[in-house]
Design a protein. Structure first.
Length: 332
């Protein structure tokens, strides 16, 4: 998604591990992690999304595990021979990408393994259909892996040796702020090709990496994490985020924090009527930090001048004595 794993379209399917060489060779016992991503690129709000994934009968349905998602869903398995997985997301109220690019995106994910004793070089394809409200479905790209038990080189060793080690980097984090427990995506360069070889921390605490590749990692985190710096460590070194990830209590704080005028020509005021402001951070929609201020003394308001910033939408991260929240800012 260009603000979420460099989306190339309004739908996308990714699998990890991708496998060795152009045939995407995997071992018979490999667990495959799938992420189905969607985005509302229409002109109005989407109220319901249904995702169907018809599994190849080469998958072992007993190994299926539901994983993280961007929104609450109901789940169903139907069909015979080739099971059909169905995610139903109602009341999603997904805005269109023109009005809220980050908010227009979402995903579901799952893992599953191939059946045991498949014939050598069995190819397993997978795709999903995404229904936006009552419109015709859009189909994702098709992923495929080739099951090979005769591959001499261990898959992990092959992928490690095939990539020269460089220091990793973090370009942006998506979402950069949220009020629900789930996953975040870290985009950058030079991550370990085997996602489990990357060590990721949030505010100094290690978090689970659930999927990824050399340019993107998806992580989950416990619900006691709030705000903090994100780091990625590989054999090549450690990368640190230039902005903090924020898990806040926006519903509580929003009523006491005002940003005005908004839209603005670049000059605006942030005011907290029920507490003090500890820090303010402003980022563009790609997560690039353009302003940051930490207050050593107690303050309830701050005047900010971003008149040199380009016109567009920005996200303000406001840390207070009661927690952290976000506000959207429009610069004309």
């Amino acid at each position: 998604m260009n603000a979420n794993q460099r989306f190339l379209r309004s739908y996308d399917k990714q699998v990890s591990p991708t496998g060795i060489n152009n045939n995407h060779l995997i071992k018979p016992d490999t667990k495959l992690n799938f992420v189905i991503r969607f985005q509302n690129t229409g002109t109005d709000t989407t109220y319901a999304i249904t995702i169907t994934d018809t599994l190849s009968n080469n998958f072992d349905i007993s190994t299926l595990q539901k994983q993280a998602s961007s929104h609450p869903f109901t789940f169903d398995i139907s069909g015979k021979g080739s099971p059909v997985l169905t995610w139903s997301i109602t009341g999603i109220n997904l805005p269109d990408s023109l009005h809220n690019n980050l908010g227009s995106q979402g995903f579901v994910s799952f893992s599953i393994s191939p059946k045991k004793d498949l014939p050598e070089n069995t190819v397993i394809n997978n795709f999903a259909d995404i229904f936006f409200d009552y419109n015709k479905p859009v189909r994702t790209n098709v992923t495929y892996q080739t099951v090979s038990s005769k591959e001499i080189i261990d898959q992990n060793q092959f992928e490690r040796k095939s990539l020269q080690v460089f220091k990793p980097s973090i370009t942006y984090i998506t979402p950069q702020s949220t009020n629900s427990i789930g996953t975040i995506t870290i985009s950058g360069e030079n991550y370990a090709p085997v996602f489990s070889d990357n060590t990721v921390t949030l505010d100094g605490k290690k978090v689970d990496v659930i999927s990824g590749n050399t340019t993107s990692l998806t992580i989950s985190w416990p619900n006691n994490f709030k705000t903090g710096e994100v780091t990625v460590t590989t054999e090549g070194g450690t990368a640190k985020s230039n902005v903090d990830f924020v898990l806040g209590t926006e519903s509580v704080l929003n009523s006491s924090i005002k940003v005005y005028p908004n839209p603005t020509n670049g000059k605006f005021i942030i005011e907290n009527s029920d507490g003090i402001i500890k820090s303010i951070q402003v980022s563009d929609v790609l997560g690039k930090n353009i302003y940051k201020q930490i207050f050593k003394n107690n303050t309830q308001s701050s005047q900010i001048n971003l008149s040199e910033a380009n016109a567009g939408m920005y996200v303000i991260f406001i840390e207070t004595d009661m927690g952290t929240t976000t506000k959207k800012l429009i610069i004309k």
